[in-house]
Design a binder for this molecule. Structure first.
Ligand SMILES: [Zn+2]
Length: 299
């Protein structure tokens, strides 16, 4: 790498943590959506996909709110005292589990029912025995397992409406099956290697027979990329003839841009669906990911 690039990367290594601190400090707690009447179950979902899954399953029987404020990246997010009060007042708290919510130990779990939607996965370990991924929702088929766990939790809390939840689950599962078929068909015959931003796509890559490489080589997007790692990923991308580098929402895309510039390539978004804008949805975001992956792999 030339000196200019090295300086640019150096600047980014300083800037990214500062930006991240800014995000962590933003305190835009969203109030619990008050249940209309007392009959609704009050549920809090840890972050976006779990919020949408619970809304899809719960329909008009469940008032769901999002814990991590919209626009805030959920890794390393810490609840305020007010957030903890909100959590402890809810009937159900839906989490991803397996270390994604590192605030969970601060909660008095004797007061609430926690649905650990990742309970059927456990740790996925690499050769070094370190956890490598808990982003189950990024594979529609493993998302269905999370959804089953959430549905079971709703039924346990509200057995009178068992059929209601079961039927809504069947309807949403169909959409996820369609999404899965579409991804499988459209990526068939394309290249296999892609460079995501953080290590979020193991389950996705595994399902569709792809090879995930990442800009920061960590399952936490706030992790700081070292110069050495950035040099390595540039070399790897060159050797694999990759010229699209992915970034994601809620983080600074300059690191991805620096790498893409070295490759005379470009930057596109591959979303871990951790930060979702108004009007979007899990399925929309997955379809955008598919479209950008096709741009990178199928041209
Ligand atoms: Zn992540």
């Amino acid at each position: 790498m030339n000196r200019q690039v090295t300086a640019a990367i150096g600047a980014i290594l300083v800037i990214i943590p500062l930006l991240s601190i800014g995000l962590w400090n933003s305190d835009e707690s969203i109030l619990i959506e008050k249940a209309e009447g007392q009959s609704k179950i009050v549920a809090i979902a840890s972050f976006y996909p779990l919020y949408e899954f619970t809304k899809e399953l719960g329909g008009d029987k469940v008032a769901v709110s999002l814990l991590v404020p919209k626009g805030v990246e959920p890794h390393d997010w810490e609840p305020t005292i007010r957030d903890i009060q909100r959590i402890e007042q809810a009937d159900l708290v839906i989490i991803n589990g397996n270390g994604f919510e590192n605030w969970i130990d601060k909660i008095d779990s004797s007061k609430i029912t926690i649905i650990n939607s990742g309970k059927s996965f456990g740790w996925l370990t690499s050769e070094s025995k370190l956890p490598v991924d808990f982003h189950y929702w990024l594979n529609p088929l493993s998302a269905k397992l999370q959804i089953k766990t959430i549905a079971d939790g709703l039924i346990e809390k509200d057995p009178e409406n068992t059929d209601y939840y079961k039927n809504r689950k069947i309807a949403y599962d169909l959409k996820l099956d369609e999404l899965h078929s579409k991804i499988k068909t459209e990526l068939n015959g394309c290249k296999k290697d892609f460079v995501a931003f953080h290590d979020a796509f193991f389950y996705f890559a595994n399902e569709y027979n792809l090879n995930q490489h990442t800009v920061i080589q960590s399952n936490d997007p706030h992790s700081e990329p070292t110069l050495k790692k950035l040099e390595n990923i540039i070399q790897l991308a060159k050797s694999l003839d990759i010229n699209i580098i992915f970034t994601e929402e809620g983080i600074n895309s300059r690191t991805s841009q620096v790498i893409a510039d070295e490759l005379d390539g470009s930057v596109l978004v591959l979303s871990p669906i951790e930060v979702v804008e108004d009007g979007s949805s899990y399925i929309k975001k997955m379809e955008e990911n598919l479209s950008n992956l096709k741009e990178a792999l199928c041209n």
